[in-house]
Design a binder for this molecule. Sequence first.
Ligand SMILES: [Zn+2]
Length: 237
Amino acid sequence: MPTETPLNTNGHDLLPRRTHNVMVFAEPGEKPMVAGVHRRCATCDERPTYVLREGTVHVQDPCPYPTGITTEITLDVPSGKLIVTDDLRAVYDVDIDAGASYNTALGKAQVVEAMAALGCAYGPVGNSCPGLYREGENSYIIASPIHDDDDVPSLPEEDRLARICTDLWAYSIADFEDWKAKGGAPENKRLGHYTVVDVTPGAYKFTLHTGERGFDNYTADTVIFAHIERVAPAPTT
Ligand SMILES: [Zn+2]
């Protein structure tokens, strides 16, 4: 009869966030039995190989991203106008199955980088309907406020420049003129489903936090999905 043993995940994200029914059994010379964990690491998409060493079951190889993945991309905004919405795939589209599973942080980061290469700042944010908020003179956040008992939001309404209705479970932001030049047609987009926001022309860095370990969409606090800041006065290319 195998005996229950501790598990060392070796940095991989294998433990379900809200249930802790993990069972690990191992006997020397036998394949360890691990139940109640993800079949693949939710960060790196690797399927773990379990080995028993000194009374503990270890994942054989360490996770390359033990603290998760923070994704940084740069968006050129020469026009000083951002189109802000959930879905710009009619103009900027990539194959989300080209890399790691989109269910993992690595898969999402690969899509974010591929979309950025096309000229679209894209970020998966779940079904959160966040807003684009002004933070400083040339800095912004994509965030969801919470509301207190008097329904006062944790972020000032007057700082909200756009609402993002997340039918696609993502935000998509691009230079408005670039989007139009590549075939984007404002008259074809549902009224009220996108917002054009004036910003200082330049290059903007988007830092997306959703792939970081411990990032929680459902926390009882303001959720900041991404930080946006102007990093160069002119486009980087
Ligand atoms: Zn991993």
